[in-house]
Design a protein around this ligand. Structure first.
Ligand code: ZN
Ligand code: ZN
Length: 410
């Protein structure tokens, strides 16, 4: 690949400057698969050059994860190491930035008993609740980026040699993260400005309901009166901006917890903790999932919905036009960071309190009272396609087109 090293440098810099927007004397916590070590070292170097006080890396190893799932006793999956959870909270209290490298093999846990995975996910979610709060309320800066690993690349490009697959995935990632632009940091600033125009429009309109229609989808969603549409950039407690997802193409807000009725059909496979859920549909009544089906991964979906009461309700609605860079790449990434930014999506589970006027200062109980869902999970799933139309309902009950044939009509 031409200029590969140069592009790697640009990507590492984008993660630090645009993603986390690391400040002088700030600490950085990186969560990364061991296979990405070379790249993580580059990122750490950029972080120190930007003035980082300390860079702490939490490595994960898919081979060890799989070995554990296959061989450890059942009770192992019912707990999560508290020292670890407490350590993360300690770092968050000090105002660290968090950078996650999402690059998992979508089929890693295919052969593992879904019950084991479900209990491990729940134990982790419970133990990490306080830490997660720092991120979901944007108290600290956080960002997710991806780089190819061999197993993931092989899933995306099954007809290529392992080496070719990794190259192709790098190329795709560089494309959609604007690394091929002369100055990616500047390109992202322009992208954010453009996106903000759309969400400003939506915030002015103050729709009371959204009507979704597509093959297999017919759903009406109420929005809380004080909802706020947000986009790529966010502000942390200290007033520093950051971009939580690179790439991102979405504008999103919070649905009214008890105000979702109808059926929605998935349009892309969902990679959920090492298992794929595919061709599924969910039917909602007064916000709650009352029926569901799935061609693949039914048990995984069932376990996900059983995580807690809030897991059966929606916490996010996001709009992404069909005509956008990731969608136009026509690549199915089997990685939510990319696939959700190629398609309109909903999320099951907790809502981002910042999507509600003053929501970041509300307790869990108060959030629930305002119709803002809380849960241990937040799982985005893709529902957009080239046939989707979305109407916005105004206070007087009239409808206005927001999306037609999968693209903005506003
Ligand atoms: Zn989203
Ligand atoms: Zn989400």
């Amino acid at each position: 690949m031409k200029n590969f090293q140069k592009n790697l440098e640009k990507y590492a810099e984008l993660a630090i400057k645009t993603g986390v927007n690391l400040q002088k004397n700030q600490e950085l916590l990186i969560m990364a698969p061991i296979e990405t070590a070379d790249f993580v070292r580059k990122v750490a170097k950029k972080a120190y050059e930007a003035g980082a006080k300390n860079v702490h890396v939490e490595w994960s190893d898919e081979e060890l994860t799989l070995t554990k799932y296959l061989l450890a006793p059942d009770e192992t999956f019912e707990t999560y190491p508290l020292w670890k959870a407490k350590g993360y909270v300690e770092m968050a209290k000090e105002g660290c930035g968090v950078l996650s490298i999402s690059a998992s093999n979508p089929d890693l846990l295919k052969e593992v008993d879904p019950k084991r995975i479900a209990s491990a996910n729940k134990a982790a979610a419970l133990a990490l609740e306080e830490f997660r709060d720092y991120m979901q309320n944007n108290k600290i800066s956080w960002a997710i980026i991806s780089i190819p690993t061999s197993s993931w690349a092989a899933k995306v490009f099954p007809n290529s040699t392992p080496e070719e697959a990794v190259k192709k995935l790098w190329d795709a990632i560089f494309h959609v993260t604007r690394i091929y632009e002369e100055d990616p940091v500047k390109a992202w600033e322009e992208h954010v400005t453009k996106q903000n125009e759309k969400l400003n429009l939506l915030n002015k309109r103050k729709y009371t309901k959204l009507h979704f229609k597509a093959p297999g989808t017919d759903l009406v969603m109420e929005l809380p009166q004080d909802h706020i549409w947000l986009g790529a950039d966010a502000l942390n407690e200290k007033g520093h901006s950051f971009i939580a997802n690179i790439p991102t193409e979405e504008v999103f807000t919070v649905p009214s917890k008890y105000g979702v009725n109808g059926t929605v059909r998935s349009t892309k496979p969902l990679s959920y903790h090492g298992t794929l859920i595919n061709d599924f549909s969910l039917t909602f009544k007064d916000g709650k999932v009352v029926d569901f089906s799935a061609e693949t991964g039914y048990e995984t979906l069932e376990n996900m919905l059983e995580t807690d009461e809030g897991a059966k309700y929606l916490g996010e609605v996001a709009l992404v036009p069909d005509d956008s860079p990731i969608s136009n790449s026509n690549i199915l990434f089997y990685n939510t960071l990319f696939d959700e930014n190629a398609s309109c999506h909903f999320a099951l589970g907790s809502a981002y309190p910042v999507c509600l006027e003053g929501g970041e200062n509300l307790s869990k109980d108060d959030l629930e009272k305002q119709g803002c869902n809380t849960s241990l999970i937040h799982v985005d799933f893709m529902i957009g396609c080239a046939h989707m139309s979305i109407d916005g309902e105004k206070v007087d009950g009239t409808l206005e087109p927001i999306f037609r044939n999968g693209n903005w009509a506003l």
